[in-house]
Write a protein of this length. Structure first.
Length: 137
């Protein structure tokens, strides 16, 4: 019995080491991957309870696309691209959560400018290029 348990422990360590070697240099998971997986699972549950064949087909295909995309991002070796995708996703989430401010792009340099919401028409000065433009908040 002692030999079997030591053999199992050694096999588990070998398996863990091989997974670590496989994942070396790959991106792994992040918040965007978690969101993709959650949306994929929700679409799968919707497809299980839907009655229309068209709805079942569309939700099943979309759930597969979400799950495959999450796996692709997890095993990708282009870490810089995946990092930028996640950064843009997190910025978008922050903007959705921020109900007190509006975001505008400067017409000259495309710098994002945050202004308070509910102030009417205001003159906005870009902090980067000093371009002035008027927007309704």
């Amino acid at each position: 019995m002692r030999n079997v348990s030591s053999w199992l422990r050694q096999a588990g360590m070998n398996f863990a080491n091989s997974i670590q070697r496989f994942m070396m240099g790959r991106y792994g998971h992040d918040r965007l991957n978690v969101a993709l997986l959650i949306v994929g699972v929700i679409l799968t549950v919707i497809s299980m309870f839907a009655r229309s064949k068209l709805v079942v087909l569309v939700t099943t295909m979309l759930s597969y696309v979400m799950l495959i995309l999450a796996l692709y991002r997890c095993f990708s070796r282009s870490t810089y691209k995946r990092y930028n995708e996640n950064r843009r996703f997190l910025l978008m989430l922050d903007r959705l959560k921020d109900r007190n401010n509006r975001y505008y792009a400067c017409p000259k340099c495309r710098q994002t400018v945050r202004v308070p919401r509910g102030k009417g028409k205001i003159a906005i000065t870009c902090p980067k290029c000093r371009e002035k433009f008027i927007k309704k908040t």
